[in-house]
Design a binder for this molecule. Structure first.
Ligand code: SF4
Length: 274
């Protein structure tokens, strides 16, 4: 007998970011899978980011990492800089605390299954800390990072799926490649932010449900308004007839690889592969 349960659509923070930024881009990327391959430079950064994450995971599991480090001077320098900047994260003083790297959680909201993967979760009987490693050259603007769905969703899901009150939850990004030494940006959660995220999330998912229903009847997802900056960096500009900007400008904007773009792509670098 066929199930009458609706199928859950799995969503990550990267997909929520894209949906909020431009619904049509979400359609092209996730429903039609029209993405072009990554450029070699981006690919290389992604590979290095993945290797750093694997290294941190092995370290957390107590597995040997020396052979990794010997093979790669870049990883070695990031690792030793991070060990100097945040030794307390690598060696927990509280042996009773729960620690897990690549900690995976899901939460159903409406007909969607929201998925998160924490690079490291440290939780004791009082508080829970989410840690996330980034291998970008410098930290992005804190206000923008706070609004990014990675920050909002990660803390929201933990509050919804654990006994911790929002006030006892935090999320810290570590930027290992910052000039000088690794830098961190920490966000503390609270009930007001939790309620605000719940509201925004439900609004966005309601819109998605509506757009998906219309899409099934042949209607495309909405585009952003003409002149929106998002089109300047978008690979679908031709398809969307938004090519008034010269290719030079697009390529300059792409190579500048703005922090905005990086934020959008938090999901595409191995930091968060969902
Ligand atoms: S070109 Fe503009 S409207 Fe079209 S998908 Fe990209 S951002 Fe959206």
């Amino acid at each position: 007998m066929l199930s009458t349960q609706p199928q859950l659509l799995r969503l990550s923070q990267g997909q929520l970011n894209l949906l909020e930024r431009c619904p049509r881009q979400f359609q092209h990327t996730y429903l039609q899978q029209l993405n072009s391959p990554l450029d070699p430079e981006h690919q290389e950064r992604q590979t290095l980011g993945s290797r750093f994450h694997r290294l941190m995971q092995q370290q957390e599991m107590g597995l040997p990492i020396d052979s990794f480090l010997q093979e790669d001077a870049q990883l070695q320098s990031w690792m030793s800089a991070f060990a100097n900047a945040a030794p307390e994260i690598l060696t927990s003083a509280d042996s009773d605390a729960f620690r897990e790297s690549e900690h995976y959680r899901t939460l159903q909201v409406q007909n969607y299954l929201l998925t998160v993967i924490y690079d490291l979760l440290i939780a004791d009987n009082l508080q829970a800390q989410i840690l996330d490693w980034k291998t970008y050259p410098k930290p992005p603007n804190k206000r923008k990072l706070e609004k990014n769905w990675q920050t909002r969703l990660y803390m929201y899901v933990l509050a919804q799926t654990s006994e911790y009150p929002p006030e006892n939850i935090s999320m810290t990004y570590w930027f290992v490649q910052s000039e000088g030494k690794p830098q961190s940006i920490k966000f503390s959660y609270n009930t007001a932010a939790h309620e605000q995220t719940a509201k925004k999330l439900n609004q966005l998912l309601n819109k998605l449900t509506n757009w998906l229903e219309r899409y099934q009847h042949g209607e495309q997802f909405p585009q952003v308004a003409e002149g929106n900056k998002a089109c300047e960096y978008c690979q679908f500009a031709t398809r969307c007839d938004r090519t008034q900007i010269s290719t030079d400008v697009i390529s300059a904007a792409n190579s500048a690889s703005s922090i905005d773009k990086t934020l959008l792509n938090l999901a595409t670098i191995q930091e968060v592969t969902l």
